[in-house]
Ligand binder design. Sequence first.
Ligand SMILES: *[C@@H]1O[C@H](CO)[C@@H](O)[C@H](O)[C@H]1NC(C)=O
Ligand SMILES: *[C@@H]1O[C@H](CO)[C@@H](O)[C@H](O)[C@H]1NC(C)=O
Ligand SMILES: *[C@@H]1O[C@H](CO)[C@@H](O)[C@H](O)[C@H]1NC(C)=O
Ligand SMILES: *[C@@H]1O[C@H](CO)[C@@H](O)[C@H](O)[C@H]1NC(C)=O
Length: 404
Amino acid sequence: MLPRCLLQILALSLSVTATVVPRANPVAISLTARKVSRGRTLHKRSSDYFSSSSGKGKGLSPTNVPLKDFFNGTDLQWTGPLEVGTPPQTFTVVFDTGSDTLEVPSTACGAPCANQHSFDPTKSSTFIDGGDDTVTTLVFGTGGGVTPVIGDNTELTVRGAFDTVSVGGLTAKNVSFFTIINQTAIFAPDPYDGIQGLSSDAQGFLGGVIQEGLPSLFSLLLTPDKVGHADLLLGGIDHTKFEGELTYASLPSPAFGEWVLLSPGMKVNGEPLIVANNSRFMIFDSGTSNMILPQSDAEAVYARISPDIKPNPDEPGTFGIACSKIPYLQAEITFTFTSQAGHPFDLTIPSSELSVGPFANNPSLCQTLINADEFTLLGASLLKHYYSVWDIGGQRMGFAKNGA
Ligand SMILES: *[C@@H]1O[C@H](CO)[C@@H](O)[C@H](O)[C@H]1NC(C)=O
Ligand SMILES: *[C@@H]1O[C@H](CO)[C@@H](O)[C@H](O)[C@H]1NC(C)=O
Ligand SMILES: *[C@@H]1O[C@H](CO)[C@@H](O)[C@H](O)[C@H]1NC(C)=O
Ligand SMILES: *[C@@H]1O[C@H](CO)[C@@H](O)[C@H](O)[C@H]1NC(C)=O
C-alpha cells in the first residue's frame, strides 16, 4: 500500500494503486519493520528457482493456497485463508497485488465490522500493540466490487500492530500489520474479512517468509468459477498450470512496490487503437475486479466496440449498455507489452468479460468492464485468462496461457 503522494512525486503515471491506497499515511512506513529491500540476495534466490516448483536448498518451501472464487454475477474476485496470532485466529482475505500491508478487522471495530470475523488481540500471546500514534486511515483507490470509489468512501481506520501471521502453513513472526478499528459502509457486504497486500517490494508477511528463505516470487491462477481450483503459489511456479512458456517483462526501475509494466499500445478486436498517448504504465492488481483507464481512453475503446456503450450518469466513472445487446458484441481488448528479450507480446481480455453484470438500480443496463478514473489498471478480467508469475527478486512479471 503506497501513499499516493509518493507515486506522484516520483512522476510515474501511477497515481493510484489498486485496492488499497492510503493518500496520507506517514505511520505505515515506520511500521514496515520487516520490509525487504530490493537487492542482490533476493535476485539470486529467485533466479535460482525458476526451473523448479519444489523447494531448493535451505529455507522455506513453496506452498499452495487454494483460493475461493467469490461468484456473484461478476466472477472476478478470489479469497483465501490467513491466520494471525497465537493461537491462530483465522480470516478470509483478498490477496492483493495492489497494496502492501495486511489489514484485519479488530474486535475494537464493533458494528461497522459486524459482518466480518474480528481479531481479538487479548487472545493472542504474541500480539504487540503499535500504540495510539499508529492509528491512521487508509484510503483505497478501488474497492472489492466493480463500483468506482468516490472520494474517501472506501476508507479504513486502522491501528498498527505486530503479530505472527501464517498463510498456507508458512509463518512469519512479529509481522507489522493493521487492525481495522472502523470502516466505511462500503466494506460491510464484502465476502472477506481483510486484505493481504502482495506488493513488489514484499513487505509484512511476504517479506518475513522471504527473509526466512522462501524463494522471492509467487504465482496466481485465478480461474473462473466454472473451472475452479484457483490458487496462489507462494515461493514457486507450477508448470502444470499453464501452456507453453512464460513470457517475462521487467518492472520499471524503481517500481516503488508496484506491479506495473509499460504498455506501448492497445488493440480493440485486433486493430491498433491510437489514442493521445499510446504508451501507458498499467498496474496489475489482483485485488481489483475490472479495469480502469483515463476517461478519454475508455471512451475510445468503447467507441470501437459499440456506440451504444455510454457513461452511466447514475454511477460516475462507469459505462453501460442494454444487457440484451451484450451477447452480440465483439469486445476483445489487448494490451501490448515488451518482453525482457525485447519482443512485443499481447495480453488480451476476451469478449466474454465485457459485462460485469447489471447495475443494481437498473437491472436491464449492464455495466461494462472499464471504469474511467485518473489511473490505469488491469484487474481480474485480464488476470483470470493467464497464469501469472510475480517475481519480486527479479522485479519482473511472467505470463502464460492458463492451462487449467
Ligand atoms: C517486533 O518488531 C518491532 C519492530 O521492529 C520491535 O520493536 C519489537 O521488539 C519486535 N518484537 C519481537 C518480540 O520480536
Ligand atoms: C450478490 O449480488 C446481489 C445482486 O447484485 C446483491 O443483492 C447481493 O447483496 C450480493 N451478495 C453479496 C454477498 O455481496
Ligand atoms: C466510523 O466511521 C464512520 C464513517 O464511516 C463515522 O461516521 C463514525 O463516526 C466512525 N466511528 C468512530 C467510532 O469513529
Ligand atoms: C506517455 O506515457 C508514458 C507512460 O506513461 C510517459 O512516460 C510519457 O511521458 C507520456 N508522454 C506524454 C507526451 O504525455
